[in-house]
Each structure stands twice: as C-alpha cells, then as structure tokens.
Design a protein around this ligand. Sequence first.
Ligand code: NAP
Length: 294
Amino acid sequence: MRVIDGSTRLAGIVGSPLAHSLSPAMHNAAFEHLGLNWVYVPFAANDEAGLRRLFAAAPSLDLVGLNVTMPYKHAAVDLCDEVATAARIAGAVNTVHCDEGRLVGYNTDGRGLLESLELEAGFSVADTHVVILGAGGAAAGVLVALMLAHPTSITVAARDPHKATELIERMAPHAGGVALEAVELGQAEPIVSEASLVLNATPIGMRPGDPSPVPEAWLRSGQVVYDMVYGTQRPTALVTEAEAVGARAFDGLGMLVCQGAIALDTWMGTGERAPREIMRSAAEAALARRRSRD
Ligand code: NAP
C-alpha cells in the first residue's frame, strides 16, 4: 500500500486522451520497487493552453518530470527551457526533467526503440538497411536515434511521398554518412523486401481488424519487423504476417517500456537504472486489464 505524505513528489504524463495510457501503471510500479516517494498521475490537457499552464506551473509544483504524448510532443519543444539536441532535431519532446526549476526536454522514443531492439531481438542497427513506414512524429523521433546508430541506409516510405521527402530533407544535415531516401509506400516493395529492419511508424494496427501496413508478400524470412503499435489488437496483423514468413516480429510494447525506463533513468539522475522487467510486467498487466474492459 503506497503512503502519500508531506514529502511525496509528483510526476506524470500529459496528453489527450489519456484514459488508455499504460504509463501510470508502469511508472508507479517502478517507483514502488525503487522505494521512491513519488507518484505518477495523468495530467489531461484539452488544448495547448492547458499544456502551457501545466509547464508554467511545473517548477512551483516541484514536479519530478513529465512524459508528453499525443498530440503535444511538438508543442512541448518550445515550452522547455532547454532541449536536448536529438529532441530538437526530431522536433518532438516526450520527456521533461524538472531540474532545479528548469524544464529540460528530451526525446526517449528513439533510444527506447534501439534498446528494445537490442533486448528483445538482439538486433543492432549498425551497418543494416532500415525502412520506416510512415513519416509522422514517431518516425521523426526514431529517425534521429537510428541515424546516430549508423545503419547503412534508412528509407522513409509514406503514403504521401511529399511528407517522406520533407522528413528526409529535414534530417539530411544530420545524417552523418547514413544514406537517406524517401519513397511512396505503395512503391516500396523492393525496399521493404531488402530491408534488414522494417519498422511500422503508422497507426495501422491500433484498431481491431486493422490490416497490415504492407502486404505479407513483401516480407521475408530473416528480417526483423518491429511494429511500434501496441494495444487493442495483439498480435497485430503485421506481426502475425511477418512471423508467418519466418521474420522475427515484435510489437511496440517493448519500446514503450524502454522509453519510459530511459525517462525514469533521467529523472533519477543517479546512474541507477529503472527496473525494466518490473515496468514491463506492470504494462502487460495494465494492457490485459484494458483489454478485458474494452
Ligand atoms: P502521426 O504523427 O499521426 O503519424 C502517422 C503516420 O502514419 C503519418 O505518416 C501518416 O500519414 C501515416 N498513416 C496514418 N494512417 C495511414 C494509413 N492508413 N496508411 C498509410 N499511412 C498512414 O502519428 P505518430 O505520433 O507518428 O504515431 C504513429 C504510431 O506510432 C502510433 O500508433 C503510435 O501509438 C505509435 N507510437 C508508439 C510508440 C511506442 O512507444 N511503442 C511511441 C510513439 C508512437 P499522413 O501524414 O498521410 O496522415
């Protein structure tokens, strides 16, 4: 039983909607395991004015930190006092550390993906060919972290090729020798088939009955297929079809856990690592409760 007392500090997640968020369960389990007198709550913000009010109040409330989710990751960039380089390049902040009255913004989504790939798939991105399906906020966040991990190439495949091109052009100055390319999703068969890592950064798969974002015939044995989607439909059609052709497939729960764990590492700032396995179990249990409720 958690005891709330005069020393308890608050952390939380801001976004809209938040009813389905797994982060409170995941972080509170970690706080309890670590013996931290912190509590993690949802901060619903119906609009950007609400987001601004929360950020303005954070130092006087002595918040530990915030996670930022849809639709505010972009807006949060300008509300921080300082933003880490990767988050600034991505144009998205998903973690804020309230550090002695200053709000410091980070993007832990990309690092969460890389950690999840290593932990779950034993996959290292260096010298591989990567294709990202989708060109939205999540794609931008993971692109920055992927570029820093030195793959040979990264291709963004989006239904609107202009958005893929715009994203690649924005990232090009930071590519550091990684070959970047944009293609239309419908034309991406050769790229997807040749890729070492196929990453779904579209929301296809979030709703029950959603198809896979790419035809099964494009996938092949030996690939790693990572679906950033997690939730209602498990496994997603992409994961099912990838496994059917002999690829190794993973959904986005591992990334969610790792991005949250990296956020907690940052808030603690002691070098102690957040307990990944405890957070994973709590997220799995919350997801099971959510499924039985929905
Ligand atoms: P977003 O900014 O809205 O971008 C979504 C992208 O997917 C856009 O390029 C969009 O194209 C494309 N798209 C949407 N519907 C499509 C369809 N039916 N066919 C083809 N392309 C389609 O969303 P986001 O923030 O990047 O999030 C994407 C997904 O990643 C979500 O499911 C989110 O939950 C997941 N995610 C997971 C984690 C994790 O920790 N596992 C972290 C972050 C995000 P248009 O621009 O043409 O609409």
